[in-house]
Design a protein around this ligand. Structure first.
Ligand SMILES: Cc1ncc(C[n+]2csc(CCOP(=O)(O)OP(=O)(O)O)c2C)c(N)n1
Ligand SMILES: [Mg+2]
Length: 328
């Protein structure tokens, strides 16, 4: 690699590290504050699985669009969604990105190209395909990326969406974050071991790739390749990233004591912390020092303090507005 390519790589890796760290610290703060019971919505944390969000969004441009599902904080932030408005939404405040009526699972920031997220598993996959079709019909370029879990690949709309996207060669990047579980059910009780999610997608005619979802550099490289192919008009791609959620399915706690997964499995993945892996690479390559990292962490904590203060001090939606912004 020549010197300028090396500099670009180092700069990118540093940025990926900082973004993952920011997402981790935001979610750790949410977990810390959750017991105060001022956040009245469920929260699905991405702690441990920050790399797919950050690596994929780094391969997209500002005008590309992103959708997600119930576990969407990381995707919203990685696409550039406003932190203050996200926290205000989780606190149910009128300054939140959905006016305080949606909570953690209804994040949106159109300025950042984050179209939205919904809690119905699989439901944003066809919406992403529709967004791509609408853009084409309007003569707009740009691609649409949709994040979903392994559980979402068991829905009917997943298959209908893939079929239609291939048929119309739509510019959609399907991103499956395979964290091995759908709530408490491991993959082995839900899908046959004789084929992968990638093979399911390949049967619909998509190009697919499977990668290490805890190595942000791998994710970013896979995503850059996929995005380049999609932009060249070759149609949709599905990327599957293997990763692991550290905390309970829904909520701020750890639940390794309830027995649906082993402590050994958890510890193996815990050793593969995407932030530690990336940080070590940066230090080993002399891109940043431990002191730089400490300063970055301090800066992020101040930003989060500010956003939490904004959310807590904002007003609740006015009662006369309870029927606005809702679909009934
Ligand atoms: C259609 C539908 N069925 C069931 C649920 C309940 N539910 C919420 S999250 C979830 C698990 C989804 O697993 P996965 O897609 O792998 O995402 P993960 O939580 O692992 O990130 C389920 C079954 C739901 N929200 N929507
Ligand atoms: Mg899952």
């Amino acid at each position: 690699m020549n010197r300028s390519n090396l500099e670009i790589k180092s700069k990118t890796l540093r940025s990926l590290y900082c973004q993952m760290l920011r997402i981790r610290l935001v979610e750790e703060r949410i977990a810390e504050l959750y017991p105060e019971q001022e956040m009245r919505c469920p929260v699905h944390l991405s702690i441990g699985q920050e790399a797919p969000a950050v690596g994929v969004c780094a391969a997209l441009s500002q005008k590309d669009k992103v959708l997600s599902g119930h576990r969407s904080h990381a995707h919203y932030l990685a696409k550039g969604g406003d932190l203050k408005r996200m926290l205000a939404e989780i606190y149910g405040k009128s300054t939140g990105c959905s006016g305080g009526k949606g909570g953690s699972m209804h994040l949106t920031d159109l300025n950042a190209g984050f179209i939205g997220a919904t809690p119905i598993v699989g439901s944003t996959i066809p919406i992403a395909v529709g967004v791509a079709l609408a853009a084409r019909m309007r003569g707009q370029d740009g691609i649409v990326a949709v994040f979903f879990g392994d559980g979402a690949t068991e829905t009917g709309v997943f298959h209908e969406s893939l079929n239609f996207a291939v048929l119309k060669r739509l510019p959609v990047l399907f991103v499956c974050e395979n964290n091995l579980y759908s709530v408490y059910s491991p993959m082995k009780v839900r899908q046959p071991a004789c084929r992968t999610i990638g093979q399911l997608a390949a049967a619909h005619g998509l190009r697919t790739e499977r990668g290490d979802g805890n190595d942000v550099e791998t994710v970013w490289r896979c995503a850059c390749d996929a995005v380049a192919q999609i932009r060249s008009g070759m149609g949709p791609v599905l990327l599957e990233f293997l990763t692991y959620r550290w905390r309970e399915h829904c909520g701020p706690n750890f639940d390794n004591d309830i027995g649906y997964r082993t402590v050994e499995e958890y510890e193996t993945w815990r050793q593969r912390d995407p932030i530690v892996i990336c940080g070590k690479r940066l230090v080993d390559e002399g891109v940043v020092s431990k002191e730089d990292m400490r300063k970055e962490e301090e800066r992020i904590h101040l930003e989060i303090d500010d956003a939490v203060a904004f959310a807590k001090s904002s007003a609740f939606p006015a009662s006369e507005n309870c029927m606005t912004q809702v679909y009934a």
